[in-house]
Design a binder for this molecule. Structure first.
Ligand code: GLN
Length: 202
């Protein structure tokens, strides 16, 4: 059974841990570089990316996170976590840095300019035939992606139809929405499988 960490600097850590356990993973909260060393994969939760970035910097985690991701550790970021995994961001705070890893440009609070939170059906590639009931909270969207990035889901209807809200690049994945909040853990299952396969390959 792989151990999947949840970055526990800020955000909805407990909900992700519960969802991962429901998907059959063992979990560990990660606040320190030593804890990061012990996990086979990592979830970066939703919350506030500016706070997460500042805390990651003061806990001296930015460098270790980048190093492990470069070395092939699987990671999944939801909402603020998606921002953390983006190589490029728009509408970030002054000087806001990310961990990076996914060749994409993410616009922070993109949907939030029109409405703070909303729910929408999002069909997700590789996660079953039923569209995912996605919850968005001051969510980012993906404005553009590089060639290596697979688009897993787009908003289907409404004024933001067509916006990219779920992506994968190799062992890294990200969603604009919060799959830890709805009891439908297909995204966590998908990520736990990805971590399991990555562990077997090593
Ligand atoms: N707006 C938040 C940010 O910029 C993300 C919101 C969320 O994670 N629910 O980090």
């Amino acid at each position: 059974v792989p151990t999947i960490g949840v970055l526990a600097l800020q955000g909805d850590v407990r909900e992700h841990a519960r969802a991962l356990e429901a998907a059959g993973a063992r979990t560990l909260t990660v606040r320190r570089p030593e804890e990061l060393e012990r996990v086979d994969g990592l979830v970066l939760p939703g919350g506030e990316s500016t706070t997460m970035w500042r805390l990651a910097r003061s806990f001296e985690l930015l460098g270790p996170l980048r190093k492990r991701i470069e070395a092939g550790m699987p990671a999944y970021g939801s909402c603020a976590g998606m921002i953390m995994l983006a190589d490029r961001i728009r509408d970030g705070a002054a000087g806001q840095e990310t961990v990076g890893g996914i060749d994409m440009t993410v616009r922070r609070n993109a949907f939030g300019r029109q409405v703070d939170s909303f729910e929408a059906a999002v069909p997700l590639t590789g996660m079953g035939d039923t569209p995912y009931h996605a919850v968005f909270i001051r969510a980012p969207w993906v404005e553009s992606v590089g060639d290596a990035v697979e688009i897993l889901g787009r908003a289907e209807s409404g004024p933001n139809a067509g916006r990219i809200v779920a992506v994968r690049q190799g062992r890294l994945m990200a969603t604009s929405f919060h799959p830890e909040l709805t009891g439908d853990f297909r995204v966590h299952h998908y990520f736990a499988d990805l971590v399991r396969r990555a562990t077997e390959e090593e």
